[in-house]
Design a binder for this molecule. Structure first.
Ligand code: AMX
Length: 470
């Protein structure tokens, strides 16, 4: 019986000194570089805490639901558990309690680098602890070792027509990888429920490791004549390997990718991609199916595809405005034209946020540091100056401020990645870290099948004792 299986099936006791005792084995959970060991130590402790909490408070009300919320896309209804991050309307995202500036300051960096490594954020999302450099190196190596793709996935990718959107290719390839699922196999083999998280962990690590190779194959097939993605360097980090596979060598681009893949990971549980993965996973579908479904949601223009929409819109603005510096009035007129034609201003507004997205701010800071004179960045800055007032004047959007997608494309195009229909794939590679860290915890906590109640309009009218006028 494996060590971890023992952990999952035997009772545990907590050692107050510096670790936890499991089946006679001591894990100094904060010191181990093995993420699975650290999780094995933390899960029973968390579950015991939740059990006690629920016993005391299961009947406590956490909110009320109005008719407006039922018709209005369930905005702000508090109805799911998401352990890895929480979004505050004014402050923005906190990953396990840490803001983006906290993460930029405290998460380990690559040698000579200034931006956090996404491996570190994954460790933080999984464990709640800021990892040591050694723990982050352990993850980089694990992901490098698990990165190879089965041949049927490569053949599938190579067979896609060039008019199939990169996000559709991405989702299809992730679903096709399901042949490798250890979770599905374990379920078929009647694995005990208490071990589900272990198989979820293995699948999640495998899937995250393979995403850059899938994404880079899509990129090279579509935009680089199907050239080879090359090999993985086990000594390199996940983002650097990804950039190499894509064909980008510039150290600044690699740094940008580390930041990009860190900040797009997680945005609590209610957004379309996270919620989709949560819902699908609750049926005990494996991580491949669950995350493949999440990617389909991310591909929508009101969600992840907005980063593509922003660049399309910026390019149109440049063309229409003559490609030179414009006055605030000219830009204002262009934005009003967009609104009056019934379109949204892409990259602005948010279902939860009510201030500028800190993911926008940190990308803006990156641009101010590395590309302050780029004409497209100047246009993005000018749009930031004029758009909130315009949206306020229009009086519809509850949040007139920019979100993450208003800024990401301009940075990518600066370093030569101009293929805008590819941008959401990068978002998807990062989003896996949030969806899958929570997936592991969802199975560890034994969260049940999601099944909220729906009602027809007739049923709602009856409930509200409302009789329509004849
Ligand atoms: N431009 C124009 N109108 C906007 C707007 C924008 N950027 N943002 C919101 N509105 C409109 C809505 O379309 C809605 O109009 P309606 O009453 O005619 O249907 C009205 O304002 C009220 O919407 P809301 O309550 O403020 O927003 P929401 O929670 O319904 O939607 C979002 C949020 C993000 C879909 C919306 O702000 C939007 O469409 N933004 C542009 C697309 C975008 O940037 N999406 C990316 C979001 C971040 C992400 O998920 N990656």
């Amino acid at each position: 019986m494996s060590l971890l299986r023992q952990v999952a099936t035997k009772s545990y006791s907590f050692s107050a000194a510096n670790g936890r005792v499991f089946a006679g084995t001591r894990f100094a959970s904060s010191d181990s570089t093995n993420l699975k060991e650290v999780l094995a130590a933390k899960i029973p402790e968390h579950n015991a805490k939740v059990r006690a909490f629920r016993q005391a408070h299961n009947a406590t009300k956490v909110g009320e639901v109005t008719l407006d919320q039922v018709y209005g896309g369930m905005r702000s209804i508090k109805c799911m558990v998401w352990e890895t991050s929480v979004l505050d309307a004014d402050e923005g995202i906190r990953f396990r309690g840490y803001t983006i500036p906290d993460c930029q300051e405290q998460l380990p960096k690559a040698e000579g680098g200034a931006e956090p490594l996404p491996e570190g954020l994954f460790w933080l999302l999984c464990t709640g602890d800021i990892p040591s450099p050694e723990q982050v190196k352990w993850i980089s190596k694990e992901w490098a070792q698990r990165a190879s793709l089965p041949s049927h996935v490569v053949s599938l990718l190579n067979g896609f027509p060039s008019n199939l959107h990169p996000m559709s290719q991405f989702a299809a390839a992730v679903i096709a990888l399901q042949s490798e699922s250890k979770f599905a196999k374990a379920y078929e083999d009647k694995a005990h429920k208490s071990t589900y998280w272990e198989h979820a962990y293995e699948d999640s690590m495998d899937l995250i490791a393979k995403l850059p190779a899938i994404a880079a194959t899509i990129y090279r097939n579509l935009y680089r004549n199907g050239s080879s993605i090359g090999t993985i360097d086990e000594k390199s980090d996940w983002s650097a390997n990804f950039c190499k596979m894509l064909g980008y060598k510039d150290q600044k681009f690699i740094e940008l990718m580390r930041l990009y893949l860190t900040i797009h990971t997680d945005h609590e549980g209610g957004n379309v991609s996270a919620h989709t993965s949560h819902l699908v996973g609750s049926a005990l579908s494996d991580p491949y199916l669950s995350f493949g479904a999440a990617l389909c949601g991310l591909a929508g223009p009101l969600h992840g595809l907005a980063n593509q929409e922003v660049l399309v819109w910026l390019t149109k603005a440049q063309e229409e405005l003559g490609g030179k510096e414009v006055t605030d009035q000219q830009l204002t007129d262009f934005i009003w034209k967009t609104l009056k034609s019934g379109q949204v201003v892409p990259g602005y507004g948010h279902a939860v946020l009510r201030k500028t997205d800190p993911r926008y701010t940190c990308q803006r800071e990156f641009a101010l540091k590395h590309l302050p004179n780029d004409p497209l960045f100047k246009l993005v800055s000018q749009i930031y100056k004029v758009t909130p007032d315009i949206l306020r004047e229009q009086g519809k959007a509850k949040n007139p401020w920019p979100n993450v997608d208003a800024h990401s494309g301009v940075l990518l195009q600066y370093y030569g990645m101009k293929e805008m229909s590819y941008y959401t794939v990068l978002f998807g590679v990062s989003r896996a870290l949030g969806c899958l860290s929570q997936f592991i915890w969802s199975r560890a906590m034994g969260l049940p099948l999601e099944r909220p109640k729906s009602l027809s309009t007739e049923g709602l009218m009856k409930l509200c004792k409302y009789t329509p006028e004849q």
